[in-house]
Design a protein around this ligand. Structure first.
Ligand SMILES: Cc1cc2nc3c(=O)[nH]c(=O)nc-3n(C[C@H](O)[C@H](O)[C@H](O)COP(=O)(O)OP(=O)(O)OC[C@H]3O[C@@H](n4cnc5c(N)ncnc54)[C@H](O)[C@@H]3O)c2cc1C
Length: 505
């Protein structure tokens, strides 16, 4: 049986997958595409995570799509509103009908003879039955995010099984968990922990955030007053564009300042924390990280909600190490015991590239760790494949938009040239850096060895800089001498359409 064929197959119906579909419809209207999504709903991260308080930790004016204004008054937005925004985009743009839910891509095999991918997926029926599905496509676009969906990261805690209360990972939050009046200990100090603390403290008996070491925390207004004012005085799209640029410029400046003058930025950040949490609080112990700002992602808290929870006495922070779990809670190295009814292990994610799918090219298994990343979008030696990995120091969507636009430009260029295959060729370029540099949270460090590497110069560098990427992805010529364009032998033999043959000359 001949497998169903599409020009482009998108893996994942999260923020990036819907972005990719929008761009394809708009910029490559003649292309057929399908989205395979392993889950039952649109939204990816914003549908999966259901813990109390779940929200963005970057502003929605830069995390919204370039083509669809974010019109909610809250710039730091609850997760539900983000999910609704993604779903509404898919609905309004007619993308929904091209999504096949409950299809998990397991492997994809490229054939240079045929210039196409054969993609194998498993379709799960609502009753739990599984069925193998095979599709083919000319171009595979991975929008599968960057972490494993099946389970988050859980370190081995000594004697964890002794604990008699409930242990919960934020990636698998139980529906209807009642923590009213309960003693909660949250292990972790990242974005999830600082979100959970004020949200749970509203009704819990007491919430303790237990951290081995502190993270930089910065408070920002939940509502962007300038953006909200602009929306009142001009059309929504104009206001959105202006606010987006304002925030891109501010964030870029802040990041560059942090890289250049880390001590100055550190002092300013800590001063603001001290002001928020009160003069008596031990900021040196609990909120002063050992690293410089942006060596790990900064945690954004809206309207100082976390500090307010601490000041009110409903929540506290303990900086210590776990000696062992006990029946009643956690015994710390200092000898102190934290008693708990519920322990939340906000210990992070397990990173995963390409949705965990195995790739092969002409029968050879692709080992991403041996490849170089081309513009942070493609991999050396792997034809007709692109993937989205957003920024670590700014909103994910800024880069996703640029990548989607770039892929469409690339596909249109190939059509004009009458070529069906594009492969980044690394030549003499060698790996000199991991995919993400100067950024060391645990989940990134654990995974980087298995990810593609960066070379010494563009286009083999992966920037965390919207302005540089705009030039590299939006304004640079597609045909840069590094991408090799070709046709399979059978296509060469076949007569070319007149129009394509002319433009290829
Ligand atoms: C708790 C949390 C908070 C975050 N907050 C922010 C923030 O404030 N700002 C920001 O910029 N970024 C944030 N991020 C990063 C976040 O992941 C991005 O904002 C964005 O959601 C990424 O979108 P995506 O579509 O690329 O990936 P995802 O949202 O992960 O979606 C990927 C989709 O691909 C599907 N998929 C995966 N593998 C397969 C497969 N093999 N077959 C078929 N389908 C597959 C998944 O089911 C999912 O629907 C946050 C991440 C987390 C975990």
């Amino acid at each position: 049986m001949v497998a169903e064929h599409f020009d482009v197959l998108i893996m994942g119906a999260g923020l990036s997958g819907i972005d990719a579909a929008y761009h394809l419809q708009k910029l490559c209207p003649g292309k057929s595409y399908v989205i395979l999504e392993q889950r039952e709903r649109i939204g990816g991260t914003w549908d999966l995570f259901r813990y109390p308080g779940i929200r963005s930790d970057s502003d929605m004016l830069t995390m919204g799509y370039s083509f669809r204004p974010w019109t909610h008054p809250k710039a730091i937005s609850p997760g539900d509103d983000i999910r609704d925004y993604i779903t509404a985009t898919a609905h309004d743009e007619g993308i929904e009908r091209n999504i096949r839910f409950r299809h998990q891509i397991k492997r994809a095999a490229w054939s240079s003879q045929e210039a196409k991918w054969t993609v194998e997926a498993v379709r799960t029926s609502p009753g739990g039955g599984e069925e193998a599905v095979t599709l083919t496509c000319n171009f595979l676009f991975s929008c599968a995010g960057y972490y494993r969906y099946s389970a988050g990261y859980l370190p081995e805690f000594p004697n964890a099984s002794r604990f008699q209360g409930r242990m919960i990972h934020p990636q698998a939050w139980p529906e209807n968990l009642d923590y009213t009046g309960k003693r909660v200990v949250i292990i972790g100090s990242g974005a999830t922990a600082v979100t959970l603390l004020p949200a749970m403290a509203r009704t819990a008996g007491h919430v303790t955030m237990l951290q081995r070491s502190p993270t930089y925390i910065i408070s920002a207004p939940e509502q962007d007053k300038i953006a909200n004012w602009l929306r009142r005085v001009m059309p929504a799209m104009w206001a959105y564009r202006l606010s987006r640029w304002k925030n891109v410029c501010f964030l870029t400046l802040f990041y560059r300042l942090s890289q250049r003058y880390p001590n100055f930025v550190k002092k300013r950040l800590l001063k603001r924390v001290q002001e928020s949490v009160g003069a008596d609080f031990d900021v040196a112990t609990h909120f002063t990280p050992r690293y410089n700002p942006w060596a790990q992602r900064l945690c954004l808290v809206p309207d100082a909600d976390m500090f307010e929870a601490i000041k009110s006495g409903r929540a506290s922070v303990v900086t210590d190490h776990i000696e062992t779990f006990t029946e009643k809670g956690i015994l710390l190295k200092s000898g102190k015991e934290l008693q708990a009814d519920i322990i939340v292990t906000a210990t992070g994610l397990v990173m995963q590239a390409l949705g965990g799918a195995d790739l092969s090219v002409d029968g050879q298994r692709v080992d991403p760790s041996k490849a170089l990343a081309y513009k942070g979008v493609m991999m050396s030696g792997v034809p007709n494949l692109a993937s989205v990995f957003g920024y670590i120091n700014a909103s994910w969507t800024l880069k996703a938009d640029l990548i989607c636009n770039y892929v469409c430009r690339l596909l249109n260029f190939m059509d004009r040239k009458g070529v069906r295959q594009v492969t980044p060729k690394s030549g003499n370029e060698t790996a000199v850096a991991p995919f993400v540099e100067n950024f060391s949270p645990g989940y990134i460090e654990r995974a980087l060895a298995s990810w593609p590497k960066q070379g010494s110069k563009p286009p083999w560098r992966v920037y965390q800089d919207y302005f540089r990427d705009s030039i590299l992805l939006k304004w640079s010529s597609i045909d840069d001498g590094v991408l090799e364009f070709s046709n399979p032998p059978e296509a060469l033999a076949a007569p070319q359409p007149l129009e394509l043959a002319q433009s290829a000359q």
